[in-house]
Design a protein around this ligand. Structure first.
Ligand code: MN
Length: 170
């Protein structure tokens, strides 16, 4: 599936890209909400992952609200560094289906992608192209037992930044 990830911290983007690639998913990234809105009709993502504090004038929640107002119905998941009570409610109010607290754990992303990929209609229904469906409908199975130790080690070294740095980049 095609994942739109609006996020201004490239450390998080590269983590999400690597986990998405394991499941055979594509990631489109913008650091700025305006860019995401401008290109949304062309990008046609299956799922939206949305950071809250973005590079531009709009917050992630404002972007989600606008997309919902435009009638877009795909799953949208907020990713936020605020570990505050009430954050989940704010995200859901804005139109998000789900919420992940940063730093995001690999297994949470794997589960999230699996869940939404399973909800996605098969390519044969979406595109009306049987040939394409044969090659794209079944994502490569995730061999989590085999890949977990290596991926976790890499992810920990990448996402564990000093708190001060992490706050600056979020
Ligand atoms: Mn951010």
């Amino acid at each position: 599936m095609k994942i739109l990830y609006v996020e201004d911290n490239q450390v998080n983007v590269s983590l999400v890209r690597r986990v998405a690639r394991m499941g055979g998913h594509e990631v489109i990234n913008y650091i700025d909400g305006e860019d995401a809105l401008r290109n949304f009709e062309r990008d046609q993502p299956d799922v939206v992952l949305m950071d809250i504090q973005l590079a531009g004038a709009l917050s992630g929640l404002e972007v989600v609200k606008k997309l919902r107002e435009q009638g877009h119905k795909m799953p949208m998941v907020a990713l936020t560094a605020y570990a505050m009570l009430g954050d989940r409610e704010r995200c859901l109010e804005a139109g998000c289906d789900d919420y992940l607290a940063k730093p995001v754990a690999i297994h949470e992303l794997v589960e999230l992608f699996k869940r939404y990929a399973a909800q996605e209609p098969p390519a044969v229904i979406r595109e009306g192209k049987a040939d394409e469906a044969a090659s794209t409908a079944e994502p490569a199975p995730l061999d989590t037992d085999a890949t977990k130790p290596e991926i976790n080690a890499a992810a920990v070294s990448e996402v564990e930044m000093p708190t001060e740095d992490r706050e600056k980049t979020n």
